[in-house]
Ligand binder design. Structure first.
Ligand SMILES: NC(=O)c1ccc[n+]([C@@H]2O[C@H](COP(=O)([O-])OP(=O)(O)OC[C@H]3O[C@@H](n4cnc5c(N)ncnc54)[C@H](OP(=O)(O)O)[C@@H]3O)[C@@H](O)[C@H]2O)c1
Length: 342
């Protein structure tokens, strides 16, 4: 086993977009697990847009990492030492508090065992437990199963449709009998959303004809919107919402790199159309994991579900990958292979 722990620490808080200059790679002594703790060898690191909130005090009011702290990050790893019988050595776990480092010692309460009958050789790849069959996928699933209150035949629109959450949401919406329409940036993503992920339509918010394109793709209006962008994208969606329609606000990436909150959209439309708007935090829906993971195993196993992974090697790649998800330069679930044999 290694004797040193590689860690990616925050060097300085960015203004605007974060980049490699805001982080530093250091080597620290190996952590040792205390009572009721486990030692995890991290194999995969998830890169998620919301990490931007942790880089300094922000108007969204979340907790943050200070310069000198290990950068936060959701990880999947192998248990190499355990001082809690409920978490055996050799099993794979996901934790929200693993951080960007090669090893983590933490309370057994803070890890979730991933089902060995679903993930592993001959089953779903381990990396999908951080993506399409993990927290991002569950975000989509909980939006549809808990928040959106959908009926077959309704029109479902999701932004960031070329990403892990958005692409999973649209495909699940189609399984539920909805018409799925995506909004994405590049032509490559728009084409993938329709031809690979099987959405009924997808339009680009970067096109000068975006508003007309979205209206044409939704001839009966929008019954459910899963929102990931906000700003101009949400402002274009709102006038198309139908009576009694629902918006699930899952992300507002348009404002993640801003230092002050942007002026809001016209929320008067929500009142006028008697829409239901709900805020989604996937962490409230972990009880849905058992059913969701089995659904993903069935759909991915029968090659009936599309997903992309954007994999880079080594912790040193994490800052650039974080910048990429914040600008759209990623394509698919952004992951760091922390261990070469992951
Ligand atoms: N509510 C929850 O509990 C929860 C949990 C997980 C994730 N989320 C949210 O889900 C969303 C998608 O996450 P993901 O992990 O699947 O990432 P992702 O979609 O792979 O990456 C984020 C995408 O956002 C788009 N984007 C970036 N800046 C933008 C801007 N200024 N305007 C419009 N689009 C922009 C880019 O796609 P384009 O190329 O299309 O621009 C980028 O690829 C995020 O908003 C995230 O915060 C919410």
């Amino acid at each position: 086993m290694a004797t040193l722990n590689q860690q990616l620490k925050v060097k300085a808080w960015p203004q605007g977009l974060p980049g490699p200059e805001h982080f530093e790679l250091v080597e620290a002594p190996m952590p040792t697990p205390g009572d009721a703790q486990v030692l995890i060898r991290n194999l995969w690191l998830s890169i998620d847009p919301y990490y931007r909130h942790s880089l300094g005090p922000r108007f969204v009011g979340t907790t943050f990492c200070r310069p000198g702290d290990v950068m936060m990050g959701v990880t999947l790893g192998e248990v190499v030492e355990s001082r809690d019988p409920a978490i055996p050595v050799g099993r794979h776990v996901v934790t929200l508090v693993g951080g960007m480092q090669t090893y983590t010692a933490l309370s057994a309460r803070d890890v979730r065992l991933i089902p060995a009958d679903i993930f592993g050789p001959g089953k779903l790849p381990l990396s999908t437990a951080l993506g399409v069959a993990g927290i991002p996928g569950l975000t989509a699933y909980s939006a549809l199963m808990v928040h959106a209150k959908t009926s077959p035949g309704e029109t479902f629109v999701v932004s960031s449709a070329g990403g892990c959450v958005g692409a999973t949401a649209g495909q699940l919406a189609r399984i539920l009998g909805l018409r799925a329409v995506g909004i994405a940036g590049s032509k490559e993503k728009v084409d993938w959303v329709v031809h690979k992920a099987g959405f009924d339509a997808c339009v680009s918010y970067k096109s000068p004809t975006f508003a007309a394109d979205l209206a044409a793709a939704c001839p009966n209006g929008i019954d459910v919107n899963m929102e990931h962008v906000g700003g101009e994208v949400l402002a274009t969606v709102l006038p198309l919402m139908t009576l009694n329609s629902r918006i699930v606000i899952s992300g507002l990436i348009d404002q993640y790199n801003r230092d002050v909150a942007p002026p809001g959209p016209n929320w008067g439309i929500i009142v006028q159309r008697q829409m239901t708007v709900s805020g989604l935090r996937v962490f409230k829906h972990f009880d849905l994991f058992p059913h969701f993971e089995r659904l993903m195993a069935e759909k991915i196993g029968s090659q009936n579900f599309a997903y992309e992974e954007d994999i880079k090697d080594g912790l040193e790649s994490a800052p650039m990958s974080l910048a990429n998800v914040l600008t759209g330069a990623n394509f698919g679930k952004s992951l760091i292979r922390v261990a070469a044999d992951a």
